[in-house]
Design a protein around this ligand. Structure first.
Ligand code: DGL
Length: 269
């Protein structure tokens, strides 16, 4: 009997998870995917920890009953750094979280200074403090918690050109530092930010290395599902998009999801 394609459920508050999805799909084109984003409650960056734990657990329980995935990727740092333990307790599937890539950044820095760019929620989490404590020993970590960059990334996908002056304003705490005190490696600690990589590179300058978690997550998915289990009959699996509220952007969202290989968008009810 023909084996079905393995299914992976991706989750984020918005378009950010697409940056991770793109890496995983490149590595595993044969898998079938559901991409679920919580546009009803976007952004997550300013929400309380209790709210996020309840919301993420509720949506992932609902989606895993409905889609029967083999694995879940919580492609959101803001959600992963607070809700993973509860979600893992409730759902007995392999769950891959995305958290800021502090460890590789600390290995890469030559100056001993790294920047962490993330949502206000992620920069103040205990989980993030623990990552810094465990993996950035002797390295200075300068954090910026932005409530605006994720929104700018959402707008970019909808066709609104990012304003470089606005981005420079957000990054001004680093840009205003003397050259010797600036980070030489910056962690993109929100999955929305790789979607702004060209703009961030322009504003920060070519000498700064930007690090994200996308490829590491792709390797993790391959290792958890097992290389030999990725193939069903060699054809690409289906990729379905799901949101949590019907809004005026449905048509625009359908178009940009198509650019990522996701050919439908429905409301998860
Ligand atoms: N993409 C999300 C992250 O990785 C957060 C964006 C938001 O909803 O604030 O943190």
């Amino acid at each position: 009997m023909q084996e079905e394609n393995k299914r992976v459920l991706f989750f984020d508050s918005g378009v950010g998870g697409l940056s991770v999805f793109a890496e995983v799909k490149k590595a595993c084109p044969e898998l079938a995917y559901d991409y679920l984003f919580d546009n009803a409650c976007f952004p997550y960056g300013d929400k309380s920890e209790d709210f996020l734990i309840d919301r993420v657990e509720h949506l992932l329980t609902l989606a895993s009953e409905r889609f029967k995935p083999n694995l879940i990727v919580v492609a959101c740092n803001t959600a992963s750094t607070v809700a993973l333990p509860e979600v893992r307790r409730r759902i007995s599937l392999p769950i891959v979280g995305v958290v800021p890539a502090i460890k590789p950044a600390a290995k890469l820095t030559k100056k001993g200074i790294i920047g962490l760019l993330a949502t206000p929620g992620t920069v103040k989490r205990q989980y993030t403090a623990n990552l810094i404590h465990d993996f950035a020993h002797g390295v200075k970590v300068l954090s910026i918690g932005s409530g605006d960059l994720a929104r700018i990334a959402e707008l970019k996908l909808s066709g609104v050109k990012p304003d470089l002056a606005e981005i420079a304003g957000i990054l001004s705490p680093w840009l205003n530092l003397p050259e010797a005190d600036k980070p030489d490696v910056v962690v993109l600690g929100c999955t929305h930010y790789p979607l702004l990589r060209p703009e961030l590179e322009k504003v920060l300058g070519p000498e700064i290395t930007l690090v994200d978690s996308g490829m590491a997550i792709a390797r993790r998915v391959v290792s958890l599902l097992g290389e030999e289990n990725l193939h069903a009959d060699g054809t690409a699996g289906d990729c379905l998009g799901w949101c949590t509220a019907r809004d005026e952007l449905m048509a625009v969202r359908t178009q940009y999801l198509q650019r990522f290989g996701i050919f439908s968008l429905n409301v998860l009810s």
